[in-house]
Design a binder for this molecule. Structure first.
Ligand code: NOJ
Length: 571
């Protein structure tokens, strides 16, 4: 019997509901659409879904501006639809976690509307209202989505604080009534049977109560612009430091850890639910048992290329820093970042590397999070017309480049498309038909579908092709399921000097299984000698055709870009 929790052995799959599956053919993804794809997900071999926000929202930030925490966005369906989806997922052995946005609400949430009624409102203190200073905002803080972090409310003569868009006012978490109301919402979903939450932007929940001004000389647009103009690693590090100077008083306040402990207690009153934090800081694990169950290992993503040396350095640092009992969590893309297939791969090697990257996620110690569309190799789609932009970050970048910096329209569009997040949020490509089968041919989807649906990047075509990326994902996901060492085993890096390949051991004490994993990131083949106390390796998985029979760990042949997983057999 293994003593691991379901969320430690599970593979999570992020669904971006607006783009995943459109059940009613209106060009917008919805919950009935998700229900129709549960069989697909079960066959794919994932164990859990992270559903990006499905709550009622005016969609200024694609659902991350929540107007009601205990309901369903009408464009996506009803609470009854949600319950049906949850039951149908559970019936297939698939867990469901939701996206919990704690830092802010929508400006249209009833709490904020009440708060905005005036200085005497009963909910005034639920948000962060301050008087201006010298005819201007309370201080010089900026919003990470551009512009000042303070919005003036003429009726009451005060400013409210927003770390993100002005349509996303920050809640005042120092007010116990806010905590009580939000924990009620949390219990609403837990009572319904939801399996946990991914916690949005937790590091920004508290800010310096003294409102200490920042001392950076650059504003956020200036930083972004210089970031694009720079190429050297040293310059990038310097700019990161300046960014840190700019926002330092607006995040990473110590009180957030008390809050996470409080939330953990709410969760722990239920059987076996999970919290995953959108943060990189190991501190959110607390002592390993009293804050969040998992924190994304975002550091792994922060590289131009995923090289074996980079991955090893990441793993050594990350795993060593975890408190006792803490469990790692890895991902390579999501709805805020470039797609995996676009970011780390190029040219002819792209298809081969995509397979190596999936294998990396499934072979590293920790819970993997995959992003919808990744399994068919969907790539970023850079929109050519700013009128099509839906992400207000892209809109802000475009406007600033055009209006403040005077860039020509074409260049500003290209840059804003690249920097904005629409590129990785386009509708899922299900079939070799108009709109990639996402919605009917005569309907305009909420974001354009990438035209490469016609070139094989769609589920139906890949279903029909046994050599497709989709089949590779399925085979590998199912192989992982059958290998306790890959799900739960301890990890040891091998051949730490190798530039071309990553080699590691995963060993599970309970089942006694040890797996040797070799991921060849290069176009060179190798014959590798592993000095291990094992007689042979029984291949569990390979991306390439191999000679039948067991392999010899001291003379293991690895083809270019091969993914090899073998179970080691003792003498
Ligand atoms: C992080 C989310 O992933 C992102 O999409 C959102 O814009 C911000 N938090 C604000 O909620």
């Amino acid at each position: 019997m293994n003593n691991h929790k379901w969320w430690q052995t599970a593979v999570f799959y992020q669904i971006y509901p607006r783009s995943f599956a459109d059940g009613n053919g209106d060009g917008i993804g919805d919950i009935p659409g998700i229900i129709t794809k549960l069989d697909y997900l079960q066959e794919l071999g994932i164990d859990a879904i992270w559903l990006s926000p499905h709550f009622p929202s005016p969609q200024f930030d694609c659902g991350y501006d929540v107007a009601d925490y205990v309901n369903v966005e009408p464009e996506y369906g009803t609470l009854a639809d949600f319950r049906e989806m949850l039951a149908a997922a559970h019936a297939r052995g698939i867990r469901v976690i939701l996206d919990l946005v704690l830092n802010h609400t929508s400006h249209l949430h009833a709490w904020f509307q009440e708060s905005q009624k005036g200085r005497d409102s009963a909910k005034r203190d639920w948000y962060i209202w301050r008087d201006g200073v010298d005819g201007g905002p309370p201080n010089n803080w900026r919003s990470v989505f551009g512009g000042p972090a303070w919005e003036f409310d003429a009726a009451s003569g005060q400013y409210y604080y927003h770390f993100f868009l002005k349509e996303q006012p920050d809640l005042n978490w120092r007010n116990p009534a806010v905590r009580a109301a939000m924990w009620d919402a949390v219990r609403f979903w837990l009572d319904m049977g939801v399996d946990g939450f991914r916690l949005d932007a937790i590091n920004a929940i508290f800010e310096d109560p003294a409102l200490t001004p920042h001392t950076s000389t650059a504003d956020e647009m200036e930083l972004l612009r210089r970031y694009w103009d720079t190429i050297s690693q040293e310059e990038a590090v310097r700019l990161d430091a300046e960014g840190e100077l700019l926002f330092r008083h607006q995040h990473s306040q110590p009180q957030v850890h008390d809050l996470m402990q409080e939330l953990r207690q709410v969760i722990d009153a239920y059987d076996d639910r999970v919290l995953v934090g959108e943060a990189d800081e190991i501190a959110f694990y607390g002592d390993g048992s009293n804050e969040l169950h998992m924190i994304f290992n975002f550091s792994l993503m922060r590289s131009e290329r995923l090289t074996p040396a980079w991955i090893r350095a990441n793993q050594q640092e990350r795993l060593a820093a975890l408190p006792p009992g803490a469990w790692p969590c890895n991902t390579l893309n999501n709805h805020d970042s470039p797609r995996l297939f676009s970011r780390y791969t190029a040219g002819e090697q792209a298809a081969a590397l995509a397979r190596v990257h999936l294998a990396l996620m499934l072979a590293l110690k920790g819970t993997p999070f995959l992003y919808n569309g990744e399994e068919i190799g969907m790539i970023d789609y850079h929109l050519h017309d700013p009128a099509q932009f839906r992400d207000l970050v892209g809109v802000w970048i475009y406007r600033t480049l055009r209006e403040t910096l005077g860039w020509p329209a074409e260049e500003a569009t290209a840059r804003a498309s690249q920097m904005g997040r629409d590129k990785c949020r386009t509708p899922n490509q299900w079939a070799h038909t108009a709109n990639g089968g996402f919605c009917p041919a005569d309907v305009t989807p909420w974001l354009p579908v990438h035209p490469n649906w016609a070139a094989g990047v769609n589920v139906a075509d890949q279903e029909a092709d046994p050599d497709s990326l989709l089949h590779f994902y399925r085979r590998l996901l199912h192989a992982r399921r059958g290998a306790p060492a890959l799900q739960m085993g301890e990890q040891e890096l091998l051949h730490e000097e190798a530039d071309d390949y990553l080699a590691l051991l995963r060993a599970d004490a309970v089942s006694g299984q040890t797996c040797l994993v070799v991921l060849n990131f290069s176009q060179r083949g190798h014959t590798l000698c592993f000095d291990l106390p094992f007689a042979s390796a029984r291949p569990l998985f390979s991306s390439h055709a191999r000679r039948p029979g067991p392999d010899a760990p001291h003379a293991l042949e690895i083809a270019p870009f091969e993914v090899y997983i073998g179970e080691l057999i003792r003498y």
